[in-house]
Design a protein around this ligand. Sequence first.
Ligand SMILES: Cc1ncc(COP(=O)(O)O)c(C=O)c1O
Length: 429
Amino acid sequence: MQFENTREFAQQLDAQDPLSEYRDEFIFPRVNGKEVIYFTGNSLGLQPKSAQKYVDEVMKDWAELAVEGHFYADKPWWDYHERFSGKLAKIVGAKAEEVTVMNTLTVNLHLLMVSFYRPTAKRFKIICEEKAFPSDQYMISSQVRFHGLEPDEAIVELKKREGEHHFRTEDILAKIEEVGEECALVLIGGVNYYTGQVLDMKTITEAGHQAGAFVGWDLAHAAGNIELKLSEWNVDFAAWCSYKYMNSGPGNASGCFINKKYHGRKDIPRFEGWWGHNKDRRFLMEPEFQPEPTAHAWQISNAPILALAPYLASLEMFDKVGMPALIEKRNKIVAYLEYVLHEIDKDVESSFEIITPSSQKERGTQLSVFLHGEGRGLFNFLMDKGVITDWREPNVIRLAPAPFYCSFEDMYNFGQILKEGILKKQVQG
Ligand SMILES: Cc1ncc(COP(=O)(O)O)c(C=O)c1O
């Protein structure tokens, strides 16, 4: 499609957008009385209007039923978490029984490593990406130290080539082969949080298995953003947070995928608690743990219903719209944003470089832009003008136009504000 950098053209795209009505289902913060242009759905998604109703419902049940709410609430609390499995499974390409919702992301990755990182004298190395999200770095290092090993010896970081912004699949495969029999686990972010690069999870998972290792994925930036086929790719485990593209609310619960082949296996250890116990016998308070025959066996504590309520509200919307429609709009709006950026770049002296891959297959909703010759002043200017984006050292802004609620006109308006900010600085010298 031939794009145009005009308001009329952007409005035309909005008029043709089958998801445009969903914008009104979200609450936008305001700056100077105007709704913001929200680019940080990759950090914290906007609040769906329906979230309040779901929270109110739990508050009401708690007030009116108190402990009886566990069984007699409209959505009983004792198995509330089970409502998530089918809906999340569609989002991550899994079977419902392979998915559960619990805790938070880093906690779940730790718990999954209890099951899938069991180093031996020979096989003890973890392959992860260089400059992984800091929480993952701390998590992996502390796991290694917990097993009495040295991070320097046990952690192998995948590197980008000098001067390049992206990991090359061939380099990742070569590293997995090189580590070979020493490799216990491959654990990488499926979508890189900094550049937005989508890794070839299918091929990397196969290679990890070829080397005899377990393969897990941190899907914080992938779930609700890109197409995932965790079952088909034979991934061992994965976890993601829900407060980014899944609009569940700050710090909300994480989802986990545990491949069906590990359910009920006695040789896969787990940290256990009563919520993973056979649900029909959970309240019999028996001394011996009898695991649920699904991913719910990894549950430990009773679920935080008040937190899960807005997450469920959001998932209902995902279920209604479906990932294919979201991905179709995402591809178009990201391509339009990319086009607008290139058009603005022609009109200004300083240049910016998009460090996210240009191919749709290798990117999702996020474009990371290196602002050569610009400083934090431009970021502050954007924020003052109601463009909510984020800043990463050195000089990178990340723009993630979530397809649920961002419009094509937002992209056009953003381009105009960006140009104004850059030209203003150039005039001021
Ligand atoms: C890639 C990645 N991993 C891990 C985390 C940590 O998430 P949590 O604080 O929910 O444990 C984040 C948070 O943004 C993230 O982006």
